[in-house]
Design a protein around this ligand. Structure first.
Ligand code: TPP
Ligand code: SF4
Length: 279
């Protein structure tokens, strides 16, 4: 007897019954919608996908999907996701973060995740601020952004995540804008399909602490040139662009790292191997 046909799911099937508690107008609503559209477009199923995050408004995403989820420790989403993908290579693993979670406390893990090139899709919802903890500057905050918590601005130069990802070995680098949910969904689907570590920086405004980011609607524009497979060329372009070029900027050919776990290592055998004496 042939196996019953599996019907493709629509984006709604990837949304859980939990109602997001983001502020009205937050860009993260749209990113959630793009993630679910991308999963539907790839004809994936929730039981074959895991969404892993740290802490922050943006990191709430796993609970809002019907996929497996892990809402972990601030800045530590990437090591958790790396372990999961190595242990369960058949799963599609998506990692969600914010600029605070991913570039401040999680900055070290970001570098090494790029270097390891495990097959993950890393989405950073960048709003240039710590939203959840009420508006502190983050590594991508402009040096002259004046606020109650940073009077006169920090005076510190911004971190350049896309170039740092390229220098560290990421295999796919793209920039998206939450104001274009269909374009973002298409970029995410391409990132998920691409083998290795795919990094998608999504400009996702924090309407509460950065109302000035409403202007991003007018600033975002398609990247004027097609992506390259040369990381140095991509880095030069990104260093000199206006920060609002949207699209795939780099696609590499590095072989993904698959870990040293052998197919014959069952979970039970691994547990026995690491059992503590006398436990
Ligand atoms: C170890 C630890 N340090 C600090 C915090 C406090 N904290 C929670 S979320 C956050 C920053 C979140 O900013 P971001 O990642 O940019 O996400 P957003 O809320 O803007 O989406 C901080 C500092 C924490 N939860 N755990
Ligand atoms: S504080 Fe900012 S990032 Fe957090 S939910 Fe509100 S608008 Fe979104």
């Amino acid at each position: 007897m042939s196996a019953p046909a599996v019907t493709a799911l629509n984006a709604q099937a990837f949304k859980s019954d939990y109602k997001p508690i983001w502020c009205p107008g937050c860009g993260d609503y749209s990113v959630l919608s793009s993630v679910t559209k991308a999963l539907a477009a790839l004809a994936l199923r929730p039981e074959n996908v895991a969404v892993v995050s740290g802490i922050g408004c943006s990191s709430r995403i796993p609970a809002y999907t019907t996929c497996y989820g892990f809402h972990g420790v601030h800045g530590r989403s990437l090591p958790a996701a790396t372990g999961l993908k190595i242990a369960r290579p058949e799963l599609t693993v998506i990692v969600a973060s914010g600029d605070g979670d991913g570039y401040s406390i999680g900055g070290n893990h970001f570098l090494h995740a790029c270097r390891r090139n495990v097959d993950l899709t890393y989405i950073v919802m960048d709003n240039h601020v710590y939203g959840m903890t009420k508006g502190q500057p983050s590594p991508t905050t402009e040096p002259d952004w004046d606020s109650k918590l940073s009077p006169g601005g920090t005076g510190l130069r911004e971190f350049h995540p896309l170039v740092i990802a390229l220098a560290s070995g990421a295999n796919f680098v793209a920039r998206a804008f939450s104001g274009d949910p269909n374009g973002t969904a298409a970029l995410l689907a391409e990132a998920i399909r691409h083998p290795g570590f795919s990094f998608v920086e999504v400009l996702s405004p924090c309407v509460t602490f950065r109302p000035d980011q409403r202007a991003w609607k007018e600033l975002a524009h398609p990247a004027p040139v097609a992506h390259t497979d040369d990381p140095a060329r991509a880095a030069r372009r990104i260093m000199t662009d206006d920060g609002f070029n949207i699209g795939v900027l780099f696609k590499g050919n590095r072989k993904p790292y698959q870990g040293a776990v052998r197919a014959t290592d069952t979970l039970a055998a691994l547990e026995r191997k690491f059992e503590l004496e006398g436990a």
